[in-house]
Design a protein. Sequence first.
Length: 320
Amino acid sequence: MTGSSARQRAAVRWLVAGSAFLILAACLAVAWIPIAAPAGAGRADTGVKGLIADHREAEAVALARTLLGRARQDHGSGSMQAADAMDSLVYAVTAAGNRDDLPEALGLAEESARIREASCGRECPALAETLRTYAGLLWRYEEYRAALPVAERVLAIDVRDSGPRSPRVARSLYLLAEVNRAMGNYAAAEDLHRKAVSLWSDAPGIHILDIANSLHYLGMLRWTMGDFAGAQELIGRALVMREGALGREDERVAADLNTLGSLAERMGDRAAAMSLYERGRSIWEKTLGKNHPFVARGLANQGRLLSASGEYAAAKDLFR
């Protein structure tokens, strides 16, 4: 299959989604980015995290399985080292998104939590990190009701262990906010995200990307509740922060551009939407390659806009 035909087939799949994609585009564009998703990576192996950052999730899962086998052999199945390796594998499965791996990951998350409780008690920071990773797994696979009490427990441990205004508490608030948002508890999610931003703002230079992530999702909440101008302002602030911290050509910047393009389209500003989609797609092509699904997503967005304006030949040309 040629590169052009691969792009066409992928883009057609996105076009078929039609107007439903317009509502979901921003969430999908951000959720795959490890820094923006609520999964905890605190105790994950650096090699596993590096592969995930490079979008080599299947390799990350394979490496994490190997490391778990070694930890069990060298230190014992009930050791803290084995629990660390279990957390790495759970984190990798969370990033990969392969539901076939979910039963294994759920079992490992529960086993790791039991090891932590037996080794350091029910209130220790290591247990909170394991539970954070567990809640992130449940969130990723849309098991939101199961994730909620786990996320609430993480927050309680972090508050008791590190104080009410620590960065760890901010991370827990972010996690709990995203679980509530996914469940449709929008008022609670908004309040939790704003509390997280308040804590991170104590050291904005260090936590600029964390603040941007919460602002993005606060914007999505505003969008969901019909406040398009409020959504545009919040997501625009997130974009400025990411551009300042990461540069104008980072793939996470492209995620915000795609979201703002979808929002501009929803508000009837097709010219602005086309410009935003084009810039986001260009960044994804440079950073991820022309045949990546997110490039196809950008092409589908642009093609839909052109088709809606009767510019069918121009829409077709996008996929040549």
